[in-house]
Design a protein around this ligand. Structure first.
Ligand code: ZN
Length: 261
């Protein structure tokens, strides 16, 4: 089996010191490729460093919505410069909106501006986007409709309503599921997963966050994407092999990474 963790913060300070160990554990659990997204300029640099060092790691660079308020005005110039530092940068992300922590209208506006600016950066670089959306699903959809990502993208760890799955797919987005789809009481992610067509489905861990059942609450690792995949296979009523194959093919198509299956 060949599984891809499409969203794993190996550049996070909790995971970065033990990347070799985590990759080893991931390989033992059939994880063949890991996409490492970023949230700041600093973590974008680390993602690039990891991608340049490890064959199985690919990087995404970008400013996370919750980090927008701490970012200097030249972030777009800095990101563009970083893009030249590796052929393994496959996306701009994670970008988007997070109104959960930032309630101030001025900061929310800054988030929307940074989201839009980074969509255009992705379009200029011919890259897809990785989108984070928390407590802001309507605004996220509105921006994506008005500022279309021409190379598509993925709604990472989708937590929006089932009814909007089709709307995101219509504008070229894939839908990715993580730990919450494994939680016994998680109705919405399971329904959203059921609704997502196989050719638009991705799996991820979002490590070190959102550990799947039965590790809920613990630090998450890329090896555990296998537990997410098992849940997704169950929900879609297909074999784990088929789930691993389609989700890997989807990653290959979206991020233009080569897979040997
Ligand atoms: Zn993330």
């Amino acid at each position: 089996m060949f599984i891809i963790d499409s969203h794993c913060h190996l550049n996070d300070e909790a995971l970065y010191p033990k990347v070799d160990e985590l990759l080893d554990e991931a390989h033992k659990n059939d994880v063949g490729i890991i996409i490492c997204p970023s949230d700041t300029i600093k973590s974008s640099r680390l993602a690039i460093e990891l991608a340049n060092k490890h064959e199985e790691i690919y990087a995404a660079i970008g400013i996370h919505p919750s980090e927008v308020k701490n970012t200097t005005v030249d972030y777009l110039i800095q990101l563009k410069k970083l893009f030249n530092e590796s052929p393994k940068i496959v996306a701009v992300g994670e970008i988007g909106l997070d109104y959960h922590w930032d309630k101030d209208e001025e900061i929310k506006k800054k988030q929307r501006d940074a989201f839009i600016n980074q969509i255009y950066l992705a379009n200029e670089l011919h890259l897809p986007i990785i989108v984070h959306s928390r407590d802001a699903i309507e605004d996220t959809l509105k921006i994506l409709k008005e500022h279309k990502p021409i190379c598509g993208g993925v709604m990472h760890c989708y937590s929006g309503p089932v009814e909007l799955v089709d709307d995101f797919i219509k504008i070229g987005m894939y839908i990715s599921f993580g730990g919450p789809v494994t939680f016994t009481n998680a109705k919405t992610p399971k329904e959203a997963c059921l609704k997502t067509p196989l050719d638009k489905l991705l799996v991820e861990t979002d490590s070190p966050y959102l550990s799947p059942h039965p590790f809920r609450g613990q630090e998450n690792h890329p090896a555990r994407v296998k537990l997410v995949l098992q849940s997704v296979a169950n929900i879609k009523n297909i074999s784990e092999e088929e789930a691993s194959l389609v989700t890997s093919q989807n990653v290959a198509k979206l991020f233009h990474v080569k897979i040997n299956i």
